[in-house]
Design a protein. Structure first.
Length: 219
């Protein structure tokens, strides 16, 4: 089974999907886990990824300054913040993305983030366009289930295949709770929420790909 690091995750959604399939999965975040577990490392992903891992999936690293929807703050800072702070946060976000994307010793790497603006792309070392974009509803089958949501999600992939859709929904009834989240302290958490159907597909398809790669290297 693969040794898997799920970065920037407190919810444990992706970690639990890999654990359910028998992988040696760990989550890592600067913050503690949302729920009690002995499978969460509280720390900086850039330190934790230095260990030996077969697969690293970084789920939605801080994106407020990288993503298209926030590009306006680079010319007009939100109330109480300065433009210098906005650009510094952009540099920090791009540096974290770069460190994860270019980690040399992990053979399979996935990074999940929204659509990025050009200032972010310019700052990322060895930037490539995302391998694919997915929507949660493409991985769901129940109209009332948690996956029947719209949220365009880009996946940057190295050493991993694109995800095949596993659901039967067609998107026509998909909800838009992520974009409609009302302002408040928890808004960022709702907007970065992850979905069980995509998580299960990652564990199933990427777990298998990582093991196949390992077997081929050992043969
Ligand atoms: C947008 S949230 C992603 C939440 C995730 N989708 C989940 O389901 O838990 C970004 C997360 O990245 C974490 N983070 C930021 N910088 C980090 C770093 N250097 N190392 C590890 N985690 C980091 C934040 O604490 C935050 O929990």
């Amino acid at each position: 089974m693969a040794k898997v690091l799920i970065g920037c995750e407190t919810s444990g959604i992706v970690r639990e999907a890999f654990l359910a399939l028998g992988h040696d999965a760990w989550s890592c975040d600067l913050l503690p886990s949302d729920t009690p577990t002995n499978r969460h490392i509280q720390g900086d992903i850039r330190d934790v990824m230095q260990d030996s891992w077969d697969l690293m999936a970084v789920m939605h690293p801080p994106c407020t300054r990288l993503c298209n929807s926030g590009v306006r703050w680079l010319t007009q800072a939100p109330t109480g913040r300065s433009l210098d702070e906005m650009w510094r946060e952009l540099d920090d976000g791009a540096a974290l993305f770069s460190a994860c994307w270019n980690v040399p010793h992990i053979p399979c790497v996935a990074i999940e983030n929204p659509v990025m603006h050009r200032h972010a792309k310019e700052r990322i070392e060895n930037y490539e366009p995302p391998a694919q974009t997915v929507q949660p509803w493409q991985f769901g089958s129940a109209p009332d289930g948690p996956d029947n949501e719209k949220k365009r999600t880009c996946l940057w992939l190295r050493g991993l295949p694109q995800l095949s859709h596993t659901g039967t929904l067609d998107g026509s009834t998909a909800r838009d709770s992520v974009h409609k989240a009302s302002p408040g302290a928890d808004r960022w958490k709702i907007r970065s929420k992850f979905f069980p159907g995509i998580a299960a597909a990652m564990a199933d398809q990427w777990g298998a790909a990582s093991q196949a790669r390992y077997a081929a290297a050992a043969a």
